[in-house]
Design a protein around this ligand. Structure first.
Ligand code: HEC
Length: 258
């Protein structure tokens, strides 16, 4: 009886120490810009992109982010992947003009086609810096893949603005952000509640807008994600079947021996 009791007591003490350590450590992690985990339709082996959210996110990109950020690696035709029809994609592309060479050999402009890349807001990085007080907005095509934390990080940046803690010295034109490394970001808070009007009746809260635009940006960074997951599931089913067949065959072959 005795040893069991003392083991239990030791176990309890250990658990208490662990709990205390965790509680003490938690604020430290939170201070270091702990990421929010809002939950995503596309996570997990069966996850898919919420089409409606991705379309609302495209609206946010178009109306807000595209004033500063390029999406160079995306094509307008990629928008079919979030449920836009061919006609809708054509219309989106045609609303933008891109440089071309006219019949006379001179530079000219033409409406964009679905096969064109998304048009960038600035001609080059220098032009972007000149317009934005020296800061360079990164291309958003693969931002979700390029940053640790992925969608949670981008969502965290978009919703992480606030007043700097007392005593923190902010640089000129910089904004406090809980999640951005160093907590000072040159981008002014891009999203506020009611920044856009959604045609599907969704309420444009800050969280909703950030969630939607991150869903869109994750799709743009991984347009092939759903088919990749489907193939993965098929391979696993195939392997499971193969295991079953192998097992049955093994029993048949060995049945005479036993
Ligand atoms: C007024 C111009 C402007 C607008 C509008 C804008 N951004 Fe930015 N953004 C910037 C600049 C400039 C930076 C670079 C900040 C820095 O390095 O301090 C930046 C940085 C970022 C980063 C941080 C990237 C990193 O390095 O970790 C993300 C993510 C981002 N923007 C997403 C967005 C999204 C999404 C939108 C639309 C909702 C948006 N931005 C709208 C100018 C803008």
């Amino acid at each position: 009886m005795r040893p069991a009791l003392s083991t239990a007591r030791a176990g309890g003490q250990f658990a208490a120490t662990l709990l205390a350590a965790t509680l003490l450590a938690a604020p430290a992690i939170a201070q270091e810009g702990q990421l929010p985990h809002p939950g995503w339709s596309f996570s997990g082996p069966f996850g898919t992109f919420d089409r409606a959210a991705a379309q609302r996110g495209f609206q946010i990109y178009k109306e807000v982010c595209s004033n500063c950020h390029s999406l160079k690696e995306a094509y307008y035709r990629n928008l079919e992947g979030i449920g836009l029809s061919e006609e809708q994609v054509k219309a989106v592309a045609a609303s933008v003009t891109v440089p071309t060479i006219g019949d006379d050999g001179q530079p000219a402009e033409r409406p964009a086609l679905p096969s064109d890349h998304f048009k960038s807001p600035f001609a080059n990085d220098k032009a972007a810096r000149a317009a934005l007080n020296g800061a360079l907005p990164p291309d958003l095509s693969v931002i979700v893949k390029a940053r640790e934390g992925g969608p949670d990080y981008v969502y965290g940046v978009l919703t992480g603005y606030g007043e700097p803690p007392a005593g923190m010295k902010m640089g000129d034109g910089m904004n406090y952000n809980r999640v951005f490394p160093g907590h000072q970001i040159a981008m002014p808070q891009p999203l506020q509640a009611d920044q856009v009007q959604y045609s599907d009746g969704t309420k444009p809260t800050l969280d909703q807008e950030a969630h939607d635009v991150v869903t869109f940006l994750t799709f743009i960074a991984n347009p092939e994600m759903e088919s990749r997951k489907q193939i993965g599931v098929k391979i696993i089913l195939f392997l499971a079947m193969l295991t079953g067949i192998t097992y049955v065959v093994k029993r048949r072959v060995w049945s005479d021996v036993h």
